[in-house]
Design a protein around this ligand. Structure first.
Ligand SMILES: [Zn+2]
Ligand SMILES: [Zn+2]
Length: 377
């Protein structure tokens, strides 16, 4: 991915060559396969979350101003973090949190290789690991959730699980409870100064129980930076890491249950966010949520952000240097989707943050990040 195979370092056409209007059929760049389509489409009713944890954003090697800026930010964000130097021997795998000394889970081998190839992502990797570790260090209650059948009517009416009542209410309450101790924990780890100061602000605000409830409400309402109770990017990241703890035992059984039902929407069936990524295999495209990591297959065809089904106004951007990852772009809403087309490296290509450079390239070409992401450029 880091090979300088193209004019922008990733082999993609420069902005002026990016597709704008297609006469009748979707055009691909660099010999792409046909655009995946399926019947039915919804309008762009989902929530697009922005304002991610951009203080640590970074991306693979690029020559563009935005990429240079992202790398610079990554370096600043990584100051003081283990492995923040621009070399990486994948010590992330055995890294210990500075204060807890609890060994972190081994990192996915594909992600390790990715970090070796893109060492400037290492500070971001550490930041993500540390925030996740803070949330994972807090004991979580065992929730006695009702049967899935109690969510069926909500599901059929398009209500995501977390916004519903039978399951959503206890999950929201538990997440609000977790936010308090998780924010206490995260200020104990060695974050770079700006992030550490920001997390202290988050902790101070979340000291009040009603503020934690309001924070979860804000999160699930779209996490608007303008309406954030405090430090939107950091609060959003921390809150989703808390939800991640609670949702770990829920994701698989919920997916198994809803596979037998129709969802038929582009929004996440669990949290309601618009997708940031997708996994395409054969003629099937699975959408991936950048917030809760849910995956769902039965989305309508065309653009997941605006419902545009006109193949003449959609295209794919592909590059031989970025084999396995393409961008599905929409000329109607200027949205885009990062699409992984292979198998085995999902930890890299479906995790959002390792491929933030591709977001930068898309934005430079005039596209807009309409999917919900925890990571701001
Ligand atoms: Zn989701
Ligand atoms: Zn669109």
């Amino acid at each position: 991915m880091a090979a300088q195979a193209g004019r922008d370092g990733l082999g993609w056409p420069p902005p002026h060559e990016a597709p704008r209007k297609r006469p009748s059929t979707s055009r691909t760049v660099s010999g792409a396969e046909p655009v995946v389509q399926a019947p039915g489409e919804t309008s762009g009713v989902g929530r697009s979350r922005t304002g991610g944890a951009g203080a640590a954003a970074a991306g693979p090697v690029q020559a563009t101003p935005r990429a240079r800026q992202a790398r610079s930010v990554a370096r600043r964000g990584g100051e003081g973090l283990p492995g923040s130097a621009m070399s990486c021997d994948c010590s992330v795998r055995t890294m210990e949190t500075p204060t807890t000394r609890e060994p972190l889970k081994p990192m996915d081998p594909a992600l390790q290789r990715w970090l070796q190839q893109n060492p400037f992502l290492v500070p971001l990797a550490h930041f993500e690991v540390q925030v996740r570790a803070a949330a994972e260090a807090v004991p979580v209650p065992v929730l006695a959730l009702p049967p899935w059948s109690e969510h069926r009517l909500e599901h059929e009416n398009g209500v995501p699980l977390l916004l519903g009542e039978p399951h959503g209410a206890p999950l929201r309450a538990a997440a609000a409870e977790l936010l308090g101790p998780a924010s206490e924990r995260v200020v104990e780890v060695a974050l770079p100064a700006p992030l550490a100061e920001g997390m202290k602000e988050v902790r101070a605000v979340l000291a009040r129980p009603e503020a934690r409830v309001e924070a979860i409400r804000w999160l699930l309402a779209g996490a608007s930076p303008q309406a954030a109770p405090v430090q939107a990017a950091l609060l959003q990241l921390l809150a989703w890491k808390c939800f991640g703890r609670l949702l770990a035992p829920v994701l698989e059984p919920f997916a198994a249950w809803r596979n037998g039902l129709r969802w038929g929407r582009s929004t996440c069936p669990l949290c309601g966010a618009l997708p940031m990524m997708a996994h395409a295999r054969g003629g099937e495209r699975t959408l991936v949520c950048g917030c809760c990591s849910s995956r769902w297959r039965d989305a309508p065809p065309g653009c997941p952000h605006c419902g545009n089904r006109d193949t003449g106004r959609r295209a794919r951007l592909e590059s031989k240097a970025s084999a396995g990852l393409r961008l599905d772009v929409c000329e109607a809403c200027k949205g885009y989707l990062k699409v992984y087309t292979r198998e085995g490296e999902e930890a890299v290509y479906l995790a959002d943050w390792p491929t933030l450079a591709h977001d930068g390239l898309a934005v430079e070409r005039g596209y807009i990040r309409r999917g919900a992401s925890l990571w701001e450029l």
